[in-house]
Design a protein around this ligand. Structure first.
Ligand SMILES: [Zn+2]
Length: 563
């Protein structure tokens, strides 16, 4: 694997140096944030994934030409059914087949718990590198701090840095008894140690990322640590088509999901024992198509899929009624499936209220047996249940934002449990009214524990009012929690029955705007109820119901005519 490159293969200015026999080229291939996307998928138009089988052929091709080291910068083992059904072990197995030379654990690699991460390390044929992680009870480093690769005429020193954000960006229970030491002090010590040990090239393999919102990121290191030639980074899913030069350090990052393979060439002067040049680029999905899929890796993925299918076919419960996850319905109103999911979130977490986005509910479940595969099809994103502490005003702001496109379809549409609310239709901007929590009017100044998904909890889908809130807990996967809740509800009678129950009602802003209509057929689309504290009489409610339908139809027409 570590064969020396022939001088004739070195291009440009290096040729004269090569003639002296002192210049070598080291190729680095790298990935980051693949989040379990190790299967090729050309069907995703804005993010086709290369997959491990083709990546294996790319690695083989470069290794046939010269020295190659292959690294992954973390968040590899969690995020797809393929990964999570084996607690990440399928991913490690395939990384072994790829011949990975080093891996830094990302925050999501802690998602299966610290014990499982150490098991994954024991299954890996490559070092798991993290110099800044210590295990308090053992008083030792659970991972490998660094490794020196002997390339014959020069040495490559690689050290790992994990993100201290793992403490909050994985379930805090997963890092109980684990300490993340200061990244700057650790990096300085690692550079010194590797140089003292004879390393001519210094590489930092990190899961720190470039996000300004991360208090400790890659730039924390580049601004305070000298002597690092190359940083192979992950965590922020950043795509750097030609790397990013920060002083004398080159940073590379290949995006996410194995949509690209990072490719770096390092020119090493073996006489001066120094790096004289680094270039970086990405092998894109299109570029990867020049390589055939490796048959052995492809066959292994097919076999692992077959094993997964055995798990996906397990029956977790039964429903007497269809559970409505139809796209058009979950993005425009309450459905029984939205209620079931949010109820499961409260039952698991004990939060006061739950709120999740309709766009995260991806399919219906027909009446009859429910398999784990169906549950994972409804909730395919691997999202985690998250509880944050918010004010009543935050909840009102969130609901107001969530219904702002109503009656038009929007992924942000809020499904709720533990509370009810009304959408007040208003041409100049919908509002919400009569937000009741456990039947009591919401107090804007009071704090509540709100269960949501980990995506929305950090401001996803536009819910920026949730970003930066105190995290009360980060629980398991929503799919697992829903499956367990279905099992529990199915047990007493053999099948659960779930209904819409008017958690979300629609009213008009001004009764004076009511036109004369005679079609009262909207009862199951629009529910009316109390508005601003007074109870409407049945007759008025029926008229408003019909009027709301007309309003919806008219507004929909206007919008669709603009498209
Ligand atoms: Zn990460």
């Amino acid at each position: 694997m570590l064969t020396q490159v022939a001088a004739a293969q070195i291009h440009g200015e290096s040729i004269t140096e090569a003639a002296t026999g002192t210049t070598q080229i080291l190729t680095i291939l790298h990935t980051n944030d693949i989040h379990g996307h190790i299967e090729a998928d050309a069907t995703v138009s804005d993010g086709a994934t290369i997959g491990a089988a083709r990546y294996k052929s790319i690695i083989n091709s470069y290794e046939a030409k010269g020295n190659v080291l292959v690294f992954d910068a973390g968040d590899a083992t969690h995020g797809t059914n393929f990964a999570t059904l084996s607690d990440g072990e399928n991913i490690i197995s395939l990384m072994n087949d790829l011949g990975i030379d080093g891996f830094v654990p990302g925050n999501h690699d802690f998602n299966y718990g610290f014990t499982q991460l150490k098991k994954l390390q024991s299954l890996a044929a490559f070092p798991v590198l993290a110099a800044n992680v210590t295990e308090d009870a053992a008083g030792t480093d659970p991972f490998t701090s660094n490794k020196i690769f002997d390339m014959g005429t020069y040495q490559v020193g690689v050290f790992g840095l994990a993100t201290p954000e793992t403490k909050t960006k994985s379930n805090p229970l997963n890092t109980t008894g684990v300490t993340f030491t200061d990244v700057v002090a650790t990096a300085n010590a690692q550079v010194a140690a590797l140089k003292a040990a004879g390393a001519d090239v210094i590489i930092m393999l990190s899961h720190l990322g470039e996000d300004a919102a991360s208090p400790i990121n890659t730039f924390t290191v580049t601004s305070q640590v000298a002597g690092i030639d190359l940083i192979i980074d992950g965590h922020s899913h950043t795509v750097l088509p030609a790397g990013r030069q920060e002083g004398s350090t080159m940073i590379v990052s290949a995006g996410e999901y194995m949509q690209n393979i990072g490719h770096v060439e390092i020119t090493v002067d073996t006489t001066a024992q120094d790096v004289t040049g680094i270039t970086a680029n990405l092998i894109t999905f299109e570029g990867s198509q020049a390589y055939a899929a490796d048959p052995a890796v492809a066959a292994k993925i097919t076999a692992l899929d077959a094993g997964n299918n055995a798990v996906l076919s397990v029956v977790v419960g039964k429903t007497a009624t269809e559970l409505d996850g139809l796209r058009q319905n979950v993005r425009t109103g309450e459905t029984n499936l939205g209620n079931l999911i949010t109820d499961a979130m409260i039952a698991e977490s004990g939060a006061d209220v739950a709120l999740t986005n309709g766009g995260g509910i991806r399919a219906s479940i027909t009446a009859g047996d429910i398999t784990m595969g169906q549950v994972l099809t409804v909730l395919p994103f691997g999202n985690l249940l998250t509880v944050i502490r918010v004010t009543g005003q935050d909840i009102i702001n969130a609901l107001t934002f969530g219904v702002s496109d109503y009656p038009n379809s929007a992924g942000k549409f809020p499904h709720v449990a533990g509370m009810t609310y009304q959408i007040v239709l208003n041409a100049s901007g919908n509002k919400v009214a009569n937000v009741l929590i456990a039947g009591v009017p919401i107090d804007p100044a009071k704090t509540y524990k709100l269960a949501t998904n980990d995506f929305m909890a950090v401001g996803g889908d536009g819910y920026t009012m949730f970003a930066g809130k105190e995290q009360v807990s980060l629980d398991g996967s929503l799919a697992d929690i829903l499956a367990a809740y279905i099992t529990k509800l199915s047990a007493p009678t053999g099948a659960l029955t779930y209904v819409k129950e008017n958690r979300v009602a629609v009213v008009l802003a001004a009764p004076t705007a009511v036109p004369t209509v005679t079609t009262p057929a909207a009862a199951d689309i629009v529910q009316t109820g109390e508005y601003d504290g007074y109870t409407m009489q049945i007759g008025i409610a029926l008229v408003l119901t019909a009027a709301a339908l007309v309003f919806i139809v008219e507004k929909s027409k206007k919008v669709s005519s603009r498209k």
